[in-house]
Design a protein around this ligand. Structure first.
Ligand SMILES: Cc1cc2nc3c(=O)[nH]c(=O)nc-3n(C[C@H](O)[C@H](O)[C@H](O)COP(=O)(O)OP(=O)(O)OC[C@H]3O[C@@H](n4cnc5c(N)ncnc54)[C@H](O)[C@@H]3O)c2cc1C
Length: 322
């Protein structure tokens, strides 16, 4: 690890220009040990007053330093936003969730093995060097929104649930604003090193949840091991039904793109319809119409189809086909 200066921030204004923020450190310290991140100055924000969950309009304001374990266990989150609690509990391990923060979780970096291997080309780690994953070993890589410059995925679970819930990221800095979680992460294009809408000198201060939605919420994650593994694919679903028909559907998919993947046409196709296997097959086909894969990650296309259909059946109470 390269030497660095350490500063413990006393307030949001006490973050020097160009400094790298550390919150729980569960991702950043790994990146520093691998010398993928080599900050000159590390600013520890973990003592700032950003660790509360409080009412905000009809929803909730989750401070950027709220730990993943505290958020998952919060009684209001469990009651009104269970998809968020389930997504968090499907991530990492108990020890990691005790350290990991809401802001850090949103900002966690990809798990593409080439990003971690300094001997290989990676446009995300070293812009302009190329993408060793193209023509390399592809497995946990994107099936949506990839570019010739990058095929890496955003690996987190929490943001997938937040996207389906319509949450927003609160950003502090010279241009304070809120950005929908669904728009916060960026597709790679020809700038895969620019991963989010957060600009230099800005910090996430909170995530804002809208008023809870009536209906069913599910998070289904498929991974190599039953715990302590990132998603191969995941699906967050928030579904409202009235008189046997779907009146609102929000679906976000994880492990398949550089951002939680949503498809408005797929969601719209469900609205006004009665749940059925034919409908869910149609929705899955819509979702997957823009998917593309290479040999190593082709399995994700049928896997996402099955996971999406199973999640929809579960959320709408449709009995599995005999
Ligand atoms: C073995 C292992 C398994 C894991 N499995 C999963 C999993 O299955 N699912 C999953 O979702 N995650 C998983 N994770 C990732 C884990 O959830 C993240 O490491 C964690 O959420 C990051 O939060 P942190 O507070 O520790 O961030 P840090 O490591 O402190 O920071 C991460 C990044 O966020 C930036 N940052 C932190 N806070 C802010 C802020 N407020 N504003 C702006 N930038 C900020 C930092 O500068 C840094 O770039 C796993 C991690 C490990 C090590």
């Amino acid at each position: 690890m390269k030497p660095f200066a350490y500063h413990r921030a006393q307030s949001l204004r006490d973050i020097p220009d160009g400094a790298t923020i550390i919150a729980g450190g569960t991702n950043l310290l790994d990146l520093m040990k691998h010398e993928i991140a080599t900050p000159n100055t590390l600013v520890d924000i973990s003592h700032l007053d950003l660790n509360r969950i409080e009412p905000e309009a009809d929803g909730l304001r989750i401070g950027a330093l709220v730990r993943n374990s505290d958020l998952a266990a919060d009684p209001v989150i469990r009651r009104d936003y269970p998809v968020l609690s389930r997504a968090l509990l499907a991530g990492a391990s108990g020890q990691l969730r005790n350290m990991a923060t809401t802001g850090g979780n949103l900002m966690q970096r990809t798990r593409c093995p080439y990003f971690y291997d300094l001997r290989t080309q990676c446009n995300k780690r070293a812009p302009g060097t190329g993408c060793a994953a193209m023509g390399g070993v592809i497995r946990n890589h994107a099936i949506f929104g990839a570019s010739p410059d990058c095929v890496a995925t955003y690996p987190g679970d929490m943001a997938v649930a937040l996207s389906a819930l319509g949450a927003e990221v609160e950003i502090a800095g010279p241009d304070p604003r809120r950005v929908p979680v669904a728009d916060f992460h960026l597709l790679p294009g020809n700038t895969p090193h620019v991963e989010t809408r957060l600009r230099p000198g800005e910090i996430i201060t909170a995530v804002i949840l809208p008023a809870p939605v009536t209906g069913e919420q599910r998070y289904r994650k498929v991974r190599d091991r039953a715990s302590f593994a990132f998603a191969l694919v995941s699906v967050a679903a928030v579904i409202t039904m009235v008189d046997g028909r779907i009146t609102r559907a929000a679906l976000a998919c994880g492990g398949v793109a550089a951002k939680p993947w949503r498809d408005p046409e797929c969601e719209a196709a469900l609205v006004g319809r009665e749940p059925s296997d034919a409908l869910f097959e149609q929705a899955a086909s819509l979702m997957l119409r823009s998917a593309s894969s290479q040999e190593g990650n082709a399995f994700k296309i049928p896997l996402l189809r099955r996971t999406l259909i199973a999640t929809l059946r579960d959320a709408t109470g449709l009995e599995p086909a005999p």
